[in-house]
Design a protein around this ligand. Sequence first.
Ligand code: AMP
Ligand code: ZN
Length: 495
Amino acid sequence: MQLYKSQPLKIHNSLSGSKELFEPLNEGHVGMYVCGPTVYSNVHLGNCRTFLSFDMIFRYLRHLGYKVRYVRNITDAGHLEDDADEGEDKIAKKARLEQIEPMEVVQRYTVDFHNILQKFNILPPSIEPTATGHIIEQIEIIKEILENGFAYEANGSVYFDVVKFNKSHAYGKLSGRKLEDMIANTRDLTAQDEKRNPQDFALWKRAEPQHIMRWPSPWGDGFPGWHLECTAMSTKYLGKTFDIHGGGMDLKFPHHECEIAQAEASYGKSPVNYWLHANMLTLNGKKMAKSTGNNILPNEIFTGENNIFSKPFSPAVVRFFMMQAHYSSILDLSESALLASEKGYHRLMEAMEALEWLNTSSSSDFDVAAWRQKCYDAMNDDFNTPILIAHLFEAVKQINLIKERKSDITQEDKELLQASMQAFVYDLLGLEGKTAGGAADSNKLDGVMELLISLRNEARANRDFATSDRIRDQLAALGIQLKDGKEGTSFSVSG
Ligand code: AMP
Ligand code: ZN
């Protein structure tokens, strides 16, 4: 039986503002879309937090037995710098500054993005589509929105008519904003005169002659508006309505709000059942931003080459640090917090190692099955990794007591504890310690030791004490002690 049948999962849905029982559209299958990076600069640690959060969610859904199609896009068609469709295309600007092709910019930072995510042990998505690879699909959606009367053309650009849409639909339902308030707070921008209302957003922008990233369309040469690609790619690979859409909290408005509007205006359907938003990473209590210098790149943390921290921290420690906070809480990065995480991470990894070699007894002082369910309860409660980690440390305490022979565990419980710890630590939290490969090695060692112990038992049964003593003594010379007990022979490794 699949785990999801016995482990009901509750997810906080940003659309309803409450925790809801997760029920996918098709039993056993989950479609999940997460907004990917705009590849015009190195991915910063804040971006990584969002991708780490959704990696954990992806891993847990898979662990529960769902077949997950996880789509995470690459934004390689430039957005304009301003939410109000003003300013320069970020990718083209970088290309101009570095005197390279826009596609060289895209390639360079896509490679950087993949490298960094790999260091964090973030699993690749099932599909990673690019905006420039889906221009035709985007044009098709614009045609539908125009046909349905929710967009208008102006000088080769096409804008979404927010005011008209809001008359029959609820624009602002995800972010909780009201159009009237938006209208009251609108800045007066000169280049907005093409728009009927300042709140309208571009579906297609006419390309000025100097604009390099351009495509032909029924409205002339241009490029798609920022929000359209995600509607095009999510519906193409996951359907007009799909299960989960995620991204950073800062994308709720306008990006995700506009995605909802585009889908409803073209297909007449609400596109997403569960909206999930990961919260921001701050640095020393302040928003991480490139412009203020209050920001750090992942590699600068891993190598220690930065002016913020006194020592380097490994990707696994940084990952563990991020997992110690709930994905929907703001998390502050500081030296003291990283040092504490590093200590905790090493304690956890030492316990993973010790767990392999624990002696077993005829009774257990630790209810492993009940503990395991508590771990699942934490994850089922909107992916509560900090509570899960607290439970993992409860197990660490028990492991250390058993190691010091102050507590007992049966073989059966030890196996359940081992399997559960490996699932939670490696598969769900995605932590890879030195014991990650070691787990496979230790399985091999167990097999070899079983063989040697049975050969020694055979020698003893044949009264061949020279051979049985040789096995015991040579193992002792290697630091492996055999212990003959009532329940057979066990072994321990020293050093
Ligand atoms: P971008 O490349 O700017 O579109 O960002 C990629 C992803 O990173 C988006 O989901 C953003 O919401 C997210 N993001 C940006 N800044 C931060 C931050 N400081 N903390 C967490 N996530 C962030
Ligand atoms: Zn998006």
